[in-house]
Design a protein around this ligand. Structure first.
Ligand code: BGC
Length: 464
């Protein structure tokens, strides 16, 4: 059986997603900025002026509106608001107010992230999240933002992917502050849990209503890589399954368990966290890829695991990440089962400088979103990562995630929509994936209109 179109619900949000540090530029007071100066970025760049979104936001918002996107996720930087301890920068907050007002004027749904990995340099110098003062200082910044800008967000993201900096910065040492310490990882994770719980309640207390008059909606944008074993034979296979068990918990299950039950998971340890249970009004899902964990005795610093290999026949992106759309469907199901809360896809996207793979990637992932919607899972919207090419953290500018191409070394930082930008625009305009659109932009993905092709077996047997 074939269908002609996959319709999405009325009021579905067709958004794009960004983070302050990756696009704004010129934020010299942050820990990442300082870290970049050490020459540690893979392509030897530094974030510098990034995409100059700080100054060019109006032009960018006009472009989004022209493309009929109706939502935008952006981050606000603590290091701009409080560049020095106790010094709150009025100009910065007024600047953010203008950005948010401009988004409001265009009628976009606004999703605002309060913390996307980056902290002020003075917080890093005092020992970042290991320092017990940091949580209260973070909450003071959050309070300031709610009081000043609380009227704008339709959705709040307290923290972006908290387990990524906890693991990458404290356990495997790939991000600042480059620790290799289980103890630090646990302390930082607990600090993030507390920071989220307190920020959640602060928002509800100080800004009880969203712009549409309904209660404020607060959540976390959580990274849900789909993690599986490589299934090597013998002892290696056993180690891989053990690694999968741990990695799933490190990535999301331990965090989710604490939000669900209110009791810290053993991976994080520590006493009960006040106010953490059920501290989600919606679930934010960031989904990109599947990781197949393969035992490798040469990778000591990565706990003898290689997560960079793809099984035969599976395509990979410019990041080397597996393209695995079913993982999004599986994640939607498991998160829905776990929390029973509405879902916002806060990130999904692909590094692809030539835009050869992106159209298919978008169509295949949206087909999986549609599949989940059809099963009754309440998905409110989809924010594609990213609107613009941007500073991809440790990878620098070489990895291009944007619907809109921007060459970081172009003096004019010209914005050039890729074909995918128009594809996404057509989908947003029709509020549907239609055969015509897919045949024009991503003919290889036309199979999504045959019902049944996306079936993956008995969902009850799914691992997570
Ligand atoms: C992060 C983004 C990042 C993207 C692609 C997500 O984990 O939230 O900041 O650019 O993945 O790597």
């Amino acid at each position: 059986m074939t269908r002609d179109r996959l319709d999405f619900p009325d009021n579905f949000i067709w958004g794009t997603s960004t983070a302050g540090h990756q696009v704004e530029g010129g934020n010299a007071c942050s820990d990442w900025w300082a870290w970049e100066q050490k020459g540690l970025i893979v392509d030897r760049t530094v974030s510098g002026r990034a995409m100059d979104y700080w100054n060019r936001h109006e032009e960018d918002h006009a472009l989004m509106a022209k493309l009929a996107y109706n939502g935008f996720r952006l981050g606000i930087e603590w290091s701009r608001i409080e560049p020095q301890k106790d010094l709150f920068d009025r100009d910065a907050i007024e600047h953010y107010r203008r950005i948010l007002q401009s988004l409001r004027n265009h009628g976009f749904k606004i999703c605002l992230t309060l913390h996307h990995w980056v902290i002020p340099r003075w917080v890093a110098d005092q020992g970042d999240w290991l320092n017990p003062d940091t949580i209260n200082q973070f909450l003071r910044y959050v309070t300031f933002v709610i009081k000043e800008l609380g009227a704008f967000p339709d959705y709040w993201v307290t923290l972006n992917e908290p387990m990524v900096p906890a693991v990458m910065g404290n356990l495997v040492g790939h991000f600042p502050p480059q620790r290799h310490s289980i103890r630090a990882y646990r302390t930082v994770s607990r600090a993030y849990l507390r920071a989220h719980a307190e920020a959640y309640h602060l928002i509800h207390k100080l800004q009880p209503l969203a712009p549409d008059g309904t209660p404020s909606k607060v959540g976390v944008a959580m990274a849900y890589p789909w993690i599986e074993s490589w299934n090597s034979p013998g002892l290696a296979g056993w180690y891989e399954r053990f690694a999968v068990f741990i990695a799933r918990r490190l990535a999301s299950l331990a965090w989710d368990h604490t939000i669900q039950t209110g009791k810290p998971h053993w991976i994080h340890g520590g006493p009960a966290i006040a106010g953490i249970q059920n501290s989600y009004d919606y679930c934010g899902i960031n989904y990109y890829t599947r990781a197949s964990l393969k035992a490798d005795r040469r990778r000591r610093s990565q706990y003898w695991i290689d997560d960079t290999q793809a099984p035969e026949g599976i395509k990979v992106t410019q990041m080397g990440w597996q393209i695995y759309p079913e993982g999004l469907y599986r994640t939607l199901r498991s998160v829905w089962k776990r929390f029973g809360k509405p879902i916002l896809i806060t990130e999904n996207g692909i590094a692809d400088d030539t835009d050869q793979q992106r159209p298919c990637y978008i169509v295949e992932h949206l087909a999986q979103v549609h599949r989940a919607l059809q099963e009754g899972i309440p998905i409110l919207g989809y924010f594609h990562w990213s609107f613009l090419d941007n500073f991809e953290w440790r990878e620098g500018f070489a990895k291009r995630f944007g619907l809109i191409a921007v060459q970081h070394d172009d003096p004019n930082l010209m914005r050039t929509p890729r074909r995918s930008a128009y594809l996404y625009s057509e989908i947003a305009k029709k509020n549907a994936l239609t055969k015509e659109i897919v045949e024009e932009y991503a003919p290889q993905a036309a199979y999504v209109f045959s019902s049944g092709v996306t079936t993956i077996g008995n969902p009850k047997k799914m691992a997570i």
